[in-house]
Each structure stands twice: as structure tokens, then as C-alpha cells.
Design a protein around this ligand. Structure first.
Ligand code: PLP
Length: 301
């Protein structure tokens, strides 16, 4: 019988190098109230799907984890250690069709407020790998999701103009993403598509947007200040097998409502077809949705 939750803590040397991991009781507390992760959201994470004990899109996630660490000037994650910890935690879910796994790395325990107001000296980072069983996503994958388009309030060139906004890094600061999802619920929708202040389609709060126009599958480029999706990347590699041509290009906000079909895709929920945009119905491409989800479920590391 598989236990519902598993946790491994990464052991770091004071200089930030990861040297090993230890599996611990996931139901016990393990993190300091002075840790920069919970206190400031100052850290990074990845969320993987785990299919019968196999972490999916492993190398794409690890690559993005390293890119996020670089963007935040965190010590470079020692991938051999993280990989071993991910496999050890995933192995508990061999009998589970779908689980999800999170890796998190924070700047570690802070000394407290600094007199100068500048960033305090870091201690060793805090890192962990946690996994549990996934909920049932059948409805989202088949019936689809209703989305609202919300203005992110940021221009599409912020990645170039303002790198300190960390656009494109997967940071632990997801309060804004969660607030947008609550706003969607208030408007009677299930999810969100963010739009830049200059009118370009961006991404969901926890997903990548893919639009079908004829035989083309289109996703907005990460240069617009959005996360480079691992699920979208895997789908775009498979697209030619389905007679589709993948394209990465900017789209105006109006192109969502006029699309032939569209999806929000992400590691754990996989491909959720969009069935309404701001209350107006959008066609669900049931056949392609099923193909995408069967492909995504079948991936192995
Ligand atoms: N964009 C954002 C903001 C996300 O948080 C996520 C995933 O959580 C994605 C896109 C999709 O990325 P992936 O397919 O790697 O899960």
C-alpha cells in the first residue's frame, strides 16, 4: 500500500552545495519560520507529474529549475542529488496512476531585518522534494475549462526592460497567480488567460496557452515574460505526428475567441481544452484533446 505523502529534505553545505538527501515524515514540520521561502516567497520550485512512479519531463524540469536558480542568484542546484531525491520519492508511487511532485529551493534561513535594509547575508539554502497522489482531472481534460482573460498589468517587453521582475523564472511568489484564479471563480470561470497591458495573449496562472488555428498549434513566446512550459514543449515535439505544425509567436488577445480550439496545458492537469472565453463558448476539439492527454500520460522520464 502506498502512503499518501512522501518528503525528502536536501542536505546543503554552508556554501550552498547540495550533498545528499534524507527521507523524512511528510506529516511533521521541517521548515523554519525565518526561512526566506515562506516569509518572502524568495525561492524557486518545479511541479512534475509522476506516472506510476516515473517523473515525467524530468530533464526539462531540471533545466528550468537551474534557469530559475540563476535568475534569482541562488546557488546552482546539484542535479545529481536532486535527481536521486526525485527518483527516491517517486518510487513510492509505482502503484499510483498519477501523482504530482514538487521540488523547492529557497534562499534559506534569514538572520532577521538588516540595519541597512539591504538583502541579508544568506545561509545555506533550504531544499525539498515532496509528492502526493493527484486528484482526478477527467472533467477538465474532457469537458474543458471556462476562462476569463485578465490584464496582467505588465507590458510584453518586461523580460527585457525589467529583469528584476523575474519574468520567466518559476519563483515561489504565486500569491498573484492564486488571486487571479479567485477572480476567475468570482466571474463564474475555472481559470485565467493573462493578457499583457499592450494586448498580447500570455499564459495561465499555472499553465501554458496553446491555440489551434487550422492545422497550426500556436503558443506565445517566453520572450513576452512568461514561463517556458515543459508540457507545451513535449506537445510541440509530438505535434507533427498528428499532422499539426507547431509555431511559437505572439498573438493578439482577440485571437483566443476566434481560435478553432485552445488549451491550457501544464504538468499535472495536462491538456485542459478551453470551452468558454469570458462567457462566450469556444469549440472543444475532443479528439485532439484525447490524443494530447494520452500522449502526456504515456511519457516516461
Ligand atoms: N506558466 C506558469 C505561470 C506556470 O505556473 C506553469 C506550471 O505550473 C506553466 C506555465 C506550465 O508549465 P509546465 O508545463 O512546465 O507545468
Amino acid at each position: 500500500m502506498t502512503a499518501p505523502e512522501h518528503l525528502a529534505l536536501i542536505t546543503h553545505r554552508p556554501d550552498g552545495v547540495a550533498v545528499g538527501f534524507q527521507q523524512v515524515d511528510a506529516t511533521r514540520p521541517h521548515i523554519s519560520v525565518l526561512d526566506a521561502g515562506p516569509v518572502r516567497g524568495d525561492g524557486i520550485f518545479e511541479t512534475f507529474s509522476v506516472a506510476n512512479g516515473n517523473p515525467q519531463a524530468l530533464e526539462r524540469h531540471l533545466e528550468r529549475f537551474v534557469a530559475s536558480a540563476r535568475a534569482l542568484d541562488l546557488p546552482e542546484p546539484s542535479l545529481a542529488v536532486w535527481r536521486d531525491a526525485i527518483f527516491a520519492v517517486s518510487a513510492h508511487f509505482a502503484d499510483v496512476d498519477e501523482a504530482w511532485l514538487k521540488t523547492a529551493l529557497t534562499r534559506g534561513v534569514e538572520a532577521g531585518p538588516s540595519a541597512s535594509g539591504s538583502a541579508p547575508e544568506g545561509t545555506a539554502p533550504t531544499g525539498w522534494v515532496y509528492a502526493t497522489e493527484s486528484p482526478d482531472f477527467t472533467a477538465a481534460r474532457t469537458v474543458g475549462v471556462r476562462v476569463v482573460a485578465l490584464d496582467r498589468g505588465l507590458r510584453s517587453d518586461i523580460a527585457q526592460s525589467s529583469p528584476w521582475l523575474l519574468a520567466g523564472a518559476k519563483t515561489l511568489s504565486y500569491a498573484v497567480n492564486r488571486a487571479a484564479q479567485r477572480e476567475a471563480a468570482r466571474r463564474g470561470a475555472d481559470d485565467v488567460v493573462f493578457v499583457s497591458s499592450d494586448g498580447l495573449l500570455l499564459e495561465g496562472p499555472t499553465s501554458t496557452l496553446i491555440v489551434r488555428q487550422g492545422q497550426r498549434l500556436i503558443t506565445p513566446p517566453p520572450s513576452l515574460g512568461i514561463l517556458a512550459g515543459t508540457t507545451q514543449a513535449d506537445l510541440f515535439e509530438a505535434a507533427p505526428l498528428w499532422g499539426l505544425t507547431p509555431a511559437i509567436e505572439p498573438m493578439r488577445a482577440s485571437e483566443l475567441a476566434s481560435a478553432d480550439a485552445a488549451w491550457l496545458v501544464s504538468s499535472v492537469r495536462h491538456a485542459a481544452p478551453i470551452r468558454a472565453v469570458d462567457g462566450a463558448p469556444l469549440t472543444v476539439d475532443a479528439e485532439l484533446s484525447e490524443r494530447m492527454n494520452a500522449f502526456l500520460r504515456g511519457r516516461r522520464a
